[in-house]
Design a protein around this ligand. Sequence first.
Ligand SMILES: [Zn+2]
Length: 209
Amino acid sequence: MNNGCCQGHVDIAALETRQRRVLTYVLVINAGTFSMMVAGAAHSGSSALLSGALDNLGDALTYAMSLAVVGAGSAAKARVALFKGLLIFGAAVAVAVQIGWHLRHLETPIFESMGIAALLNLAANLLCLRLLYPYRNGDVNMTSVWECSRNDVVEGLAVIAAAVAVWLFDSGWPDILIAIALLALFLRSATRVLGGAWRELDTAHSSRA
Ligand SMILES: [Zn+2]
């Protein structure tokens, strides 16, 4: 099973103009959703929203940096990938600290704002899926973006389930548990990508020497 997400690299140079445009839309939607999720997490006190926002950040950075390194050499690409990996790792550590803090000071998130942010997130994920639908059987690049987007819908549903459970049980625990699960999935794929970038950078260096 494809576990986390789309933290890999997209070879934009290989894509057609139409595909690049769709990818730019998906990038903008993910960046907007990231900001919305962080605001929703701050308002509601939900850790699951914050964990979910990590994926949007990772996706937006992946597409932005893939667009930025079109035509660059492999060493430059690996450096950019490494920089992105460190950036999202830092964000993940910040989320882990926030979860740890909530574990000690357990509060029930505000269900209304948590639910609204979770629904907006799912709507954004579904919109991306709709935009990418025509490319689901295309080249390897777009297919991986499509698969990633499909995982995002599943994650969006998990955050909604957390919001519903918070409301049902009037407890902060469902929020914390989903937050930890999403963070673990995210870290797993982020670690893999970081390792890949490191090895690529190593190869690029030794092939030049
Ligand atoms: Zn994603």
